[in-house]
Ligand binder design. Sequence first.
Ligand SMILES: Cc1cc2nc3c(=O)[nH]c(=O)nc-3n(C[C@H](O)[C@H](O)[C@H](O)COP(=O)(O)OP(=O)(O)OC[C@H]3O[C@@H](n4cnc5c(N)ncnc54)[C@H](O)[C@@H]3O)c2cc1C
Length: 299
Amino acid sequence: EHCHFIDSPQQAKLFQREMINTFLRYTDPSLRQHTVLTIGIVGGGATGVELAAELFDASRLLNAYGVTALDHQQISVHILEAAPRLLPGLSERISQTVQQELETMGVTVHIGTAIKEAHANQLVTADGDTIETDLNVWAAGIKAPEFLTKLGLSTNKKNQINVEKTLQSVDDPSIFALGDCASCPQGEDGTVPPRAQAAHQQAKLLAKNINHLLEGKALNEFHYRDHGSLVSLARYDAVGNLMRSSASRGLFLEGWFARQCYASLYRMHQVSIHGVPKTGLTWLVDKINRYLRPRMKLH
Ligand SMILES: Cc1cc2nc3c(=O)[nH]c(=O)nc-3n(C[C@H](O)[C@H](O)[C@H](O)COP(=O)(O)OP(=O)(O)OC[C@H]3O[C@@H](n4cnc5c(N)ncnc54)[C@H](O)[C@@H]3O)c2cc1C
């Protein structure tokens, strides 16, 4: 109850409003809780890392919006990650580059630091250390909705429905599950990661498997193909790899080119949801809005 989540647009809007209110509260010295406004982000995965960079960028923009009483040096962003490195799901090279970039920006990175308690103005680590905070964000993984556990199908600790490689639930072969709400086996003892590209690939296989089931044919098994990942560090940088395959680690990307790839992937997602004409119009509107709208939304 003492952390914000940014897993849905509503939660993200709530956090944005609270963040602006906290920034404004700090402009009045009598309302300050600490000398430095500290934002704690629990979880150094892609969400936590991207948020840290965006918050750093937002803190730099404050003066341009007239919040002159709060200098960006009075804002501190901490990322707390339990694993021995940031982005534990990605390659070590990406993880090191991202950590260097964040530290250069001024973000404080705590690795090997598990959080066991979150209070309104404090995070407590597993070792009992405390970090005074003004705002906390939980970006350390999410659970699937609770109701999935009440369907009479077996679920794991994250409320995901346990499925076979064919995406049929282990209890009833006529019920399929895919994406974040499914726990699909992969490799020796792993499961398919909850990622957009996995959900997309599963959707394609599922469409075929439903037809196969209706036609009495054998069902295909799902094999996840990780095509790579890109992490955006606000307008400063992007880091990642693309064109990964089981045989190669893919192409390492950084800087301007990586940022262009990140933007293109975003548009490709929009094309798959809205189609080419609507995505073209959205792109045009976004371009115009870059001149018309403020970079930081204050209300
Ligand atoms: C902040 C954030 C950043 C992310 N960034 C990346 C990224 O960069 N790359 C990447 O690969 N993945 C990313 N992910 C993960 C990615 O978004 C998910 O893995 C992907 O969206 C899963 O697709 P899905 O269709 O299974 O679930 P979702 O996209 O979550 O879709 C599920 C839908 O079901 C609806 N729903 C829920 N309950 C019900 C109900 N009872 N009845 C009807 N509808 C319901 C929800 O409203 C939602 O629209 C990110 C996730 C978050 C939260």
